[in-house]
Ligand binder design. Structure first.
Ligand code: SAH
Length: 353
């Protein structure tokens, strides 16, 4: 993709900014100032780039734009302080992001697409299908906006909101490089987690990017038959090829894979499921995150009962697998995994109309 495909300044690399600015007749050092005002002390508008002379700001505005999703609503969970943000983008699309406070720092869960086309049967984000990919700048702005709104440092980012990040691969990679740039927000790459429903070619490609990020695989079932019954993507890539891709990722990066496993009552929470799952996890040295499935009205799935979850966990531990049960945060604000959806704007109008 050539640099000229990005007219959004916040999505551009430092080299592209230099090229753009020299095209406008500006001196080279201006690129550093622009980069800093986009990523280290992010402004909302080109007009707010006060380090630049107004003539240059005008030229920039004439040729480029700046993605700055606006916070439309901010909901705070009364249970655990988790915050859910609804952002409106320039074209009227809406996306959601979530802030979670942990003992190790603040973690922001961002969306990578408006909607999703993966079709997992338990997930709300997929209900309206995919509207469009998010630009790198729109992913960045979700993090910057929350840091600004709270006045608190964001130390971790998880790409686990709406969308399939590896279905928006090039923009995701730019996002990772830009957010970890030492002249920008300088977020540690080790504190970035990308979650995928399992797009094998892109997982292998990601392994070769030389990035020490964590890859989480949404497995959710221990064999192909069960996986195909809840995740359409499983018809494209079977578990054997997924496990090969996981091994490859570990070999290349030295980073352990996380398996995400949402426990759905009577569907994937049986004793035999735990046995099959432990064999898979041992095969690729994966860590398992068990998540009681979050209820989404349209899906009809129920979470497993607490004793079942405990028994499932114990079974895995006994076979030597590293496992944790993910605390469910922000349930009262529909902020938990799989509950994000855009029910505003265009979608809403269509629903009502
Ligand atoms: N598309 C990516 C990232 C977004 S989903 C992926 O599939 O990984 C983030 C995580 O939430 C995934 O593990 C997904 O399977 C899980 N999830 C979706 N709906 C859920 C629900 N109702 N309950 C629990 N987890 C859910």
């Amino acid at each position: 993709m050539s640099s000229l495909d990005y007219t959004d300044l916040r999505s551009m690399t430092r080299a592209e900014l230099e090229e753009a600015l020299s095209g406008l007749g500006a001196q080279k050092y201006r690129a550093g100032q622009v980069f800093s005002q986009l990523h280290a002390h992010p402004v909302r508008d080109i007009a707010d780039m006060t380090l630049l002379p107004s003539s240059l700001r005008e030229k920039l505005s004439a040729h480029y734009r700046l993605s700055s999703p606006v916070i439309e609503t901010r909901q705070v969970s009364a249970i655990d302080g988790t915050e859910k943000y609804l952002y409106r983008m320039q074209d009227g699309e809406y996306i959601e992001s979530v802030l979670m406070r942990y003992h190790y720092g603040n973690s922001v869960c961002i969306s990578s697409q408006a909607g999703c086309r993966m079709g997992c049967s338990f997930c709300a984000s997929t209900i309206g299908g995919l509207t469009r990919n998010l630009l790198p700048g729109e992913m960045l702005a979700q993090v910057y906006g929350i840091a600004e709104a709270t006045g608190e440092r964001v130390s971790h980012v998880v790409v686990m909101g709406t969308g399939e990040p590896l279905d928006n691969y090039d923009n995701l990679l730019r996002f990772i490089r830009l957010i970890s740039d030492e002249n920008g927000m300088n977020l540690s790459r080790r504190n970035i987690t990308v979650s995928t429903c399992g797009l094998v070619p892109q997982m292998r490609r990601l392994a070769e990017e030389d990035l020490p990020i964590t890859l989480a695989l949404s497995l959710h079932a221990p064999n192909d038959e069960k996986r195909r019954s809840i995740m359409p993507v499983a018809r494209r890539y079977d578990i054997a090829s997924l496990m090969d891709a996981c091994r490859y990722y570990y070999e290349k990066t030295g980073r352990r894979i996380t398996f995400e496993y949402s426990l759905i009552r009577g569907v994937n929470d049986l004793e035999e499921d735990a046995r099959e799952l432990s064999a898979l996890a041992r095969g690729v040295k994966a860590h398992i995150n068990l998540i009681p499935v979050n209820p989404v009205r349209e899906t009809g799935y129920e979470e497993s009962a607490a004793p079942r979850i405990e028994a499932f966990k114990t079974r895995l531990e006994k076979s030597g697998v590293n496992v944790s049960i993910r605390r469910v945060l922000g349930r009262d604000i529909d902020g938990a995994c799989g509950q994000l959806r855009h029910k505003y704007g265009k979608e809403k109008i269509q629903e009502n109309g």
